[in-house]
Design a protein around this ligand. Structure first.
Ligand SMILES: C[S@@+](CC[C@H](N)C(=O)[O-])C[C@H]1O[C@@H](n2cnc3c(N)ncnc32)[C@H](O)[C@@H]1O
Length: 304
């Protein structure tokens, strides 16, 4: 089942798309947010949409077909933003959206390997640019590398035990086999968060270099925005949210006396204004309709 995009109204309200504006959706997915943006900036506003996943891009193209002349598509990481803006000859944009992580379509397809609820291949690649699948990482990394990865990207306190159990049970080929190994260390208890959640999150982040992509894209987005233009980012876990929060805080501060480690930076005025002191989160009603929305956090800045 396809859900309404997370925080849909809030995103349209944040970006305030207007006729003639130029917008970027860095994570098209099924194209729900993008459609809202294209409708709101009709009749002449433009959108550049990215997705690394060819299946997602094909679906977004279908959703956005009625707006086709105003929509441009990039099967690429949003971290290639500058390159694509140059290609289109856009010297600035009026709004950028990043709705990070995996889509429900990806989670719901067992062949993609994102879900610990469905047995399938241990893949987890969003697109062809990922260099290693989850299966390769799980079977090739040594125990301490695996433990570090699960601890750092999954914030999993049993990372060492889980890494040891993975190594002892290799080769692991399917999500079901990995879940069984984790459940031996962390048995399932009632309706609490599934014990494999954090390990799966860690593998997905590593496979797709998710944090690296966000770190590369945020400065390009702020740079590309026109004065008054807005950048809206929805994140689904604390590591991602921390990167966004810290970047927005830093850009929204005047830089006087750059600290020693940033000596290469000139003093400068604040580049953005934070529009969300605290992140915006979905209503209870939205969470009831779409449980995946539960951990969503939206932060917005405006270019000064
Ligand atoms: C949460 S979904 C977006 C849903 C979308 N906003 C909608 O309305 O349907 C995230 C999408 O971002 C894509 N993605 C993840 N990392 C990406 C990256 N670095 N560059 C471009 N797309 C990425 C995923 O393939 C997925 O389709």
């Amino acid at each position: 089942m396809q859900h309404k995009p997370v925080l849909y109204q809030e995103i349209i309200h944040a970006l305030q798309p207007r006729d003639g504006g130029r917008y970027v959706d860095g994570t098209l997915g099924a194209g729900g947010h993008a459609r809202g943006i294209l409708e709101a900036c009709a009749p002449s506003g433009l959108l550049l949409g990215f997705d690394v996943d060819p299946q997602a891009l094909a679906l977004a193209r279908e959703t956005l077909a009625p707006y086709e002349p105003r929509a441009h598509f990039a099967q690429a990481s949003h971290s290639a933003l500058n390159e694509w803006l140059k290609r289109l000859g856009w010297d600035s944009v009026d709004g950028v959206l990043l709705d990070l992580g995996a889509s429900s379509m990806q989670f719901d397809n067992p062949e993609r390997g994102f879900s610990f609820m469905r047995d399938g291949a241990l893949d987890m690649r969003f697109g062809v640019n990922a260099t290693m699948s989850a299966e390769e990482i799980v079977n090739a990394f040594d125990e301490s590398e695996l433990a570090d990865l699960i601890f750092r990207y999954g914030e999993e306190r049993d990372a060492r035990k889980i890494a040891r159990a993975i190594v002892a049970n290799r080769p692991l080929r399917t999500t079901g086999e990995l879940v069984a190994v984790i459940e031996k260390i962390r048995p399932r208890r009632g309706d609490k968060i599934h014990p494999a959640t954090q390990t799966f999150q860690a593998l997905r982040i590593a496979v797709n270099d998710e944090l690296g992509a966000v770190e590369k894209t945020l400065p390009q987005a702020v740079e590309a925005l026109t004065v008054g233009g807005r950048l809206a980012v929805i994140s689904f876990h604390s590591l991602e949210d921390r990167i966004v929060k810290e970047y927005f805080r830093e850009q929204s501060k005047e830089l006087v006396n750059p600290p020693y480690e940033r000596i290469y930076e000139e003093e400068r005025p604040a580049r953005t204004k934070a529009l969300t002191k605290k992140p915006i989160t979905p209503s209870e009603e939205e969470i009831r309709e779409n449980p995946r929305a539960r951990s969503a956090k939206l932060r917005i800045v405006e270019k000064l």
